[in-house]
Design a protein around this ligand. Structure first.
Ligand code: KIV
Ligand code: ZN
Length: 552
């Protein structure tokens, strides 16, 4: 019986060293990249490849060289540049594919050709129109040809999980005899179950001739949402390579997610008894890089790397977390490179979490005051989906959170055109009675607005994170901009909401500037012309009624 483990890092698994080394075969740049919406150009692929090497993957499937000249060039470049890991290219069992793959991998320090051929009855009959023996002969000839062109050959029996088990044994036994050193049994259509795949891997390991000389690999798709569970079941049954992708991207519903597999093994080493060479603290940064390169965000609730993965809003959970974080977290955000646990304050939150957040922001609230602070917090939480630091600060300072300043945006204009720089002008008021207008050009409208706000307020914002997301639906959806900026050696976060994302960004930037100024980290007189923060373009006093103009 397997030892039982318990969640949290204060559990029995800590200190348990998993005996078996599992190879991580990353196919983000091949199976992931070929999915609609995820294509990457050569530069993006190279950047991602470097990140995957730093992450510690063992094998990178860099592409399918015969798919296009660009795919060929990407594989060749990755093969030339990455020296720490095995670079792999995909090929059908066709001479031209194999030769192209060999050429693309020629400069790799360690190369692998990944051959695939369908073995299931459905594919044999309708796709290949081949007999069982023809499939075996074609696979063996391809393996022998590939062997001469690279360091190692992997053979995949496409649609293996819908292939007759006895026939799969014959195919794999012939592949071993021909020289394949990795045997991959893909669940190409995401059809199998954990119990079934475990049984299949145990059967293959027992019956394939020469099994002891090769590595068995799993490659699961997520059509029924079981890709990770199926991959882990295969590992439990002896698979020693898992094919997976960052953020689980891939054909249709995607491939097994690398970060989920890695963390399942890390959280439950006693249960699985296997570990990888992945530097888990790079999981979140690598996931973020992929979302930036593809423009495809992960869902908020995505395991391990989603925005909510370490966020708690319910009062009961927050109370538990404050007492002992192991009550509701089985891993720490720092373990995956994500920074701190977030106690999200909203209408479900309780006094404990509110007090803790206020303390962390430097506001000690005594018990008598806490009642009214909490009541005001709840009143605001009923109106807003999420309460941000700037709202809390206003509540703690006895200000009206819906009218917090000192800076307010009264006018915004932006202009941008394709292939050129953008310009923005802002008009701001300050609670001390000053009004100021400023303009700036930037690398796109967001950059231009930020520059204009910096000039107008005299507060420099070194933006480290910027995110925009829809918080309602439809063409007139409200967009929320979240900014994190560094100023005076601290990180400051600000949020802004508007139907116009540039305006939302301006509000987010002002939320930060306001917090900096309220906390005295910036000169409060920064608004004055005498300080030399640029010549005001507009004077509201002269201009009359404030107006909002947005031209883009
Ligand atoms: O899903 C699949 O079967 C594949 C093969 C090429 C391994 O991606
Ligand atoms: Zn696949």
């Amino acid at each position: 019986m397997k030892p039982q483990d318990h969640p949290t890092d204060e559990n029995s698994d800590v200190g348990f060293v998993a005996a078996e080394r599992l190879r991580i075969f990353d196919t983000t740049l091949r199976d992931g990249e070929q999915a609609p919406g995820f294509s990457m150009d050569r530069r993006a692929k190279l950047r991602m490849a470097h990140a995957l090497e730093a992450l510690g993957v063992d094998i990178i499937e860099a592409g399918f060289p015969s798919a296009s000249p660009d795919d060929f060039a990407s594989v060749a470049e990755i093969a030339r540049v990455l020296r720490e890991l095995t670079v792999c290219g995909l090929a059908r069992c066709h001479d031209n594919d194999i030769d192209a793959c060999g050429r693309a991998l020629a400069s790799a320090r360690h190369s692998r050709i990944h051959l695939f051929l369908s073995t299931s009855p459905l594919h044999r009959e309708h796709k290949l129109n081949m007999s069982k023996q023809q499939v075996i002969d074609t696979a063996c000839a391809a393996i022998e040809r590939a062997k001469a062109l690279c360091h190692e050959v992997e053979f995949s029996a496409e649609d293996a999980m819908r292939t007759e088990p006895e026939y799969l044994v014959e195919v794999f036994s012939a592949a071993v005899a021909a020289g394949a050193t990795t045997l991959n049994a893909p669940d190409t259509v995401g059809y199998t179950t954990p119990a079934e795949i475990a049984e299949r891997f145990a059967y293959l390991r027992q019956h394939v001739r020469g099994a002891e000389h090769v590595v068995f690999s799993s490659h699961c798709h997520d059509d029924l949402g079981m890709a990770v569970a199926n991959s882990l079941a295969a590992v439990s049954a002896g698979a020693r390579q898992v094919e997976c992708t960052i953020n689980g991207i891939g054909e249709r519903a995607g491939n097994a997610s690398l970060e989920e597999i890695v963390m399942a093994l890390r959280v439950r080493p006693a249960y699985y008894g296997a570990d990888t060479g992945i530097d888990a603290r790079k999981l979140y940064p690598t996931s973020r890089l992929l979302t930036q390169l593809t423009g495809q965000a992960v869902p908020r609730n995505k395991a391990v790397v989603g925005e909510n993965a370490f966020a708690h809003e319910s009062g009961i959970h927050q109370h538990g977390m404050i007492k002992h974080r192991g009550t509701y977290e089985i891993m720490r955000p720092q373990d995956v490179g994500m920074g701190e646990t977030r106690l999200v304050l909203g209408k479900h939150s309780g006094r404990h979490a509110l007090r803790q957040r206020l303390q962390s922001m430097g506001h000690e609230i005594d018990e008598a005051e806490m009642d009214s602070v909490f009541a005001r917090f709840k009143a605001l939480a009923d109106k807003k989906r999420e309460i941000h630091d700037e709202d809390l600060e206003a509540i703690a300072l006895g200000l009206d959170p819906e009218a917090i300043g000192p800076w307010r945006l009264v006018q915004l204009n932006t202009n941008s055109h394709m292939g050129g720089s953008a310009s923005a002008s802002v008009k701001l008021t300050h609670d001390n009675g000053h009004e100021i207008g400023e303009a700036a050009i930037g690398d796109g409208p967001v950059d231009a607005v930020l520059r204009a706000i910096e000039r107008a307020t005299g507060t420099t914002l070194d933006v480290t994170q910027f995110q925009v997301r829809a918080v309602s639906e439809g063409g007139d959806a409200q967009g929320q901009a979240q900014l994190t900026a560094r100023h005076a050696e601290r990180d400051w976060r600000g949020n802004g909401v508007s139907t116009d994302i540039i305006e939302a960004t301006a509000h987010a930037a002002l939320a930060i500037v306001n917090r900096i100024e309220r906390q005295g980290a910036s000169r409060p007189d920064a608004v004055t012309e005498e300080c030399g923060h640029g010549r005001p373009l507009f004077d509201l006093r002269a201009n009359g009624r404030a107006q909002k103009e947005i031209t883009q």
